[in-house]
Design a protein around this ligand. Structure first.
Ligand SMILES: Cc1cc2nc3c(=O)[nH]c(=O)nc-3n(C[C@H](O)[C@H](O)[C@H](O)COP(=O)(O)OP(=O)(O)OC[C@H]3O[C@@H](n4cnc5c(N)ncnc54)[C@H](O)[C@@H]3O)c2cc1C
Length: 467
């Protein structure tokens, strides 16, 4: 039963946690706390400041961009006073595995009749995909996955004009979305689109098309968002994506408690939730009425009194191991534009650099660039972190940009999802049935998709429906 006087605990101060607090506050809740284990909010929206030629600017090591379909993120922007109007333009070129420039989508460059025919085929199939998604797969474009495995849709709409409105309905064809994306494309005769979708999907760390249910691909790259990506009409933030959540956090009645890690959750029969928090002053136990978990659910059992059904369900979660570093180059010896290395976006090339991001056009060849690679794939052996870093550096050298220094590096717990088998088995309906048990609500990336928009929209949905 919703009660605005309830005391609510939010674990995690990333996009999901900060937006959950914002939506609670908008609904009249004044008694909530956010615990964030790090000394900053924003989670994987992390934009460190680096000084180049004596001038300090933000560089991205986590989230970079959005699109006009970032409706929930826009609500967080408006709440905090952030804007995507001032961000740097996205620009890119393409390279092969040898580091040479290629022109896969320009029929005039390296012209051959076959290339032209292939591009015409690609264009036709992209059109076909848009058509079937709006007809055969009507209802696919809402956030979250409730009902999809059973041929239903239920959630906040992503559709322009209807965005963030609750929609629901029946469409048995939606069951196909549990298939791996490559199989989904084959049964619909649109295999060519993978050649484009792979850029904003695999190179952005979201996995390979033979392992990821089509639902994740199409809910993230819904046809409107995909077109915005192809046309490079993207949102970026001068102060970095982190600033969206920092600004919103400042406007909250109760900003996040930084350096406070939740180390224990107990939910005894009295209906309360007892949360042990470890902060600079030691450990303390706080009593709450409700709990919103925005952090990885497969880790929840490590510190919470997880029930058997929680342990069982959460053990099915898989995540990508996405590695990136900010590379510094010798003076005037770095890239001047971002690069996509298409040949490296296949499982056989695990650990290879797939993309590098050049943020500030005016810094030309002196701009530090962020380089990205995946080191895992379902059914393959992981490559090691060290191998990945070495291989990424070699790839950058092949492109003509030997890395002088890595200014920052990380591996992210990235894009939590479930396998096509577990998806078809109704994993999301099982999760939905558990929402609210023992006053616990699950939010964050797993609910819809591992990007800022889907996580913020999931927080909105959960607060709207359960609080
Ligand atoms: C390299 C990279 C590139 C990306 N690019 C994009 C992009 O261009 N566009 C886009 O939309 N998205 C992008 N993303 C994804 C986006 O950043 C994430 O989907 C989003 O940050 C998820 O938000 P979240 O709040 O669910 O989780 P997180 O951002 O992971 O936040 C979770 C927070 O919980 C904290 N925490 C964990 N455990 C505890 C605990 N026990 N107690 C207290 N706090 C805890 C963590 O420190 C963290 O701050 C990118 C991510 C990465 C890593």
């Amino acid at each position: 039963m919703a009660n605005v006087n309830d005391r609510v605990c939010i674990i995690g101060g990333g996009p999901a946690g900060i937006s959950a607090a914002m939506y609670l506050q908008k609904k009249g809740y004044q008694n909530y706390e956010i615990y964030e284990k790090l000394n900053k909010v924003g989670g994987k929206a992390y934009s460190p400041r680096i000084s180049v030629n004596g001038e300090e600017r933000t560089y991205e090591t986590g989230a970079i961009m959005g699109a006009k379909t970032y409706y929930a993120v826009h609500e967080v922007e408006e709440f905090g006073g952030a804007t995507h109007e001032d961000g740097p333009n996205m620009r890119r070129m393409y390279r092969n595995s040898k580091g040479q420039e290629i022109f896969p989508f320009d029929p005039k460059k390296d012209f051959s009749p076959k290339k032209l025919l292939d591009l015409i085929k690609l264009k036709k199939q992209m059109k076909k995909l848009v058509e079937i998604m709006n007809t055969k797969y009507r209802g696919y474009d809402c956030y979250g996955h409730i009902g999809v495995a059973n041929g239903r849709y239920y959630g906040l709409s992503k559709m322009e004009g209807n965005a963030l409105q609750h929609i629901e309905g029946v469409n048995p064809n939606l069951k196909d979305l549990a298939l791996p994306f490559d199989e989904f494309c084959r049964i619909n005769g649109v295999e060519e689109v993978m050649k484009i979708w792979i850029g904003p999907y695999t190179s952005f760390g979201y996995g390979y098309f033979d392992e990821i249910p089509a639902a994740y691909v199409m809910k993230y790259l819904d046809t409107t968002t995909a077109i915005e990506f192809v046309a490079m009409r993207l949102w970026t933030w001068k102060e970095g994506t982190q600033s969206i959540y920092e600004k919103a956090n400042e406007k909250l009645l109760h900003p996040a408690h930084l350096n406070h890690e939740v180390v224990k959750v107990e939910r005894p029969a009295d209906g309360k939730v007892y949360v042990t928090v470890k902060g600079p002053e030691g450990e303390k136990v706080e009593e709450f009425d409700k709990l919103i978990v925005t952090t990885p659910l497969d880790y929840f059992k490590n510190y919470a009194d997880a029930r058997e059904d929680e342990k069982e369900l959460f053990s099915k979660i898989i995540h990508e191991k996405y590695v990136d570093f900010i590379a510094k180059f010798d003076e005037n010896a770095g890239p001047t534009i971002s690069g996509y290395i298409f040949d490296n976006m296949v499982p056989e090339r695990l650990g290879h650099a797939m993309v590098y991001y050049h943020r500030w056009e005016d810094q030309k060849a002196n701009c530090p660039s962020t380089v990205y690679a995946l080191r895992n794939h379902l059914g393959s052996k992981d490559v090691t972190y060290d191998y990945t870093i070495r291989t990424m550096e070699k790839d950058m050298a092949l492109c003509g940009f030997p890395v002088k220094e890595r200014l920052y590096e990380q591996e992210s717990y990235y894009c939590p999802h479930v396998s096509p088998y577990d998806y078809a088995d109704g994993w999301y309906d099982k999760l939905e049935a558990m929402q609210g048990k023992q006053n616990t609500f699950y939010a964050g990336e797993i609910i819809s998709f591992g990007d800022m928009e889907d996580t913020c929209a999931a927080s909105k949905d959960i607060v709207e429906r359960f609080f």
